[in-house]
Ligand binder design. Structure first.
Ligand code: AMP
Ligand code: MG
Length: 343
């Protein structure tokens, strides 16, 4: 929560000029504060737009949830586990289609079909489990069934899977899909300048008042930001943090981002940040780059058509594409080892 407030503060300071009228509202959804800053329209219109987007967010939270009963995705997972097919709503379909495309682009490192593995680690819970670790052989056996979006057949709205081990978990990019939809809705409602910021993952529209939006990139090593960057309207920033959710045993941390090839928790990389006009792609890519790690991230970024990417490994070394390095301003107070690669 404190981290979110620091980040929101960065955006706010940068966006607030003396003569500007800005509407600012914060909602709570997806387990985080979502801040809206809307410029250029009267307060009533801005308020109605935020309320409309928030209604969509609440539905997404329910129907896209990987494990809380009552939503569409949970029902779909139960159906596919039985080897049966199910008709899904237009609300869930884009996640399946984009999930399929992004998994293919990432060479399988972003894989939203590994919900059973994520669940076996205990990450399908509000409170993370303490105590004994799950049986690693069982987890490896689940991964060995190779659940993949490539197993999923989509015919119109009818969905089936040739692999009963497929369990959807869209946690790796649902925020991106949600914020893309939010930006589209705001534009459709006549908003030309806005930022929607979900704890540092954000989409932008237009500008911050004769200047670009200046936003913070979360620092995985301590509170606050590691760098700031200016975004043109339509550019979106996503940071995936392997420090955000984890369980601990015998002094070892097992984090929530999983290598789909082994089922094991990734430990070499703590965060990845991506800027792209497609928020869903940026979100999926940030997760994939964490799995790829220092050796492979640049190749995976290229395969996913990502130009602006940055990675922090567990030693705290920062890796970035030359294009990203040209844009970011690192916090001068922080000692950093920075390696330029990829691009
Ligand atoms: P993010 O914070 O965007 O990196 O998303 C992390 C979440 O994505 C995890 O909590 C899991 O629900 C899910 N996840 C974990 N590993 C993967 C993976 N390799 N591909 C896709 N989703 C994943
Ligand atoms: Mg992600």
């Amino acid at each position: 929560m404190r981290r979110a407030l620091v980040l929101l503060g960065v955006v706010w300071l940068a966006a607030c000029g003396p003569a500007e009228v800005e509407y600012k509202e914060t909602r709570y959804v997806f387990g985080t504060l979502v801040e809206f800053i809307i410029r250029g329209v009267d307060e009533g219109k801005a308020k109605r737009a935020v309320a409309a987007v928030d209604r969509d967010f609440q539905r997404m939270h329910k129907d896209w949830h990987a494990w809380k009963p009552g939503g569409e995705l949970v029902a779909l997972n139960e159906t596919l586990a039985k080897g049966e097919s199910r008709t899904v709503s237009d609300f869930v379909l884009p996640l399946l289609e984009q999930g399929q495309a992004f998994e293919a682009k990432s060479g399988g490192l972003f894989n939203p079909a590994i919900g059973a593995v994520v669940n076996a680690w205990g990450f399908h819970a509000d409170e993370l489990p303490k105590g004994a670790l799950p049986d690693f052989d069982e987890i490896r056996a689940l991964a060995a069934k190779q659940p993949s979006m490539a197993d999923v057949k989509i015919e119109g709205n009818r969905v089936s899977s040739t692999n009963t081990a497929v369990r959807f978990d869209f946690g790796g990019f649902a925020k991106g899909v949600a914020l893309d939809m939010a930006a589209s809705k705001l534009k459709a409602l006549g908003i030309e300048h806005a930022i929607v910021n979900a704890g540092g993952d954000l989409n932008t529209i237009g500008d911050a008042g004769k200047r670009l939006w200046t936003v913070g990139i979360r620092d995985p090593r301590d509170w606050g930001v590691i760098a700031s960057v200016e975004l043109m309207g339509g550019e979106n920033l996503y940071t995936s943090g392997n420090y955000e959710r984890f369980r601990e045993a015998d002094g070892i941390r097992y984090a929530h981002i999983i290598d789909p090839r082994t089922g094991m928790a990734v430990d070499h990389t703590v965060s990845a940040s991506v800027i792209h006009e497609n928020g869903a792609l940026a979100d999926a890519a940030a997760t994939a780059l964490i799995v790829a790690g220092p050796d492979d991230w640049a190749d995976v970024a290229r395969a996913m058509d990502i130009t602006y990417a940055m990675l922090v490994d567990k030693q705290g070394t920062v890796y970035a594409t030359p294009e990203m390095l040209a844009r970011v301003k690192f916090e001068t107070s922080k000692e950093l080892t920075i390696v330029e690669s990829g691009g």
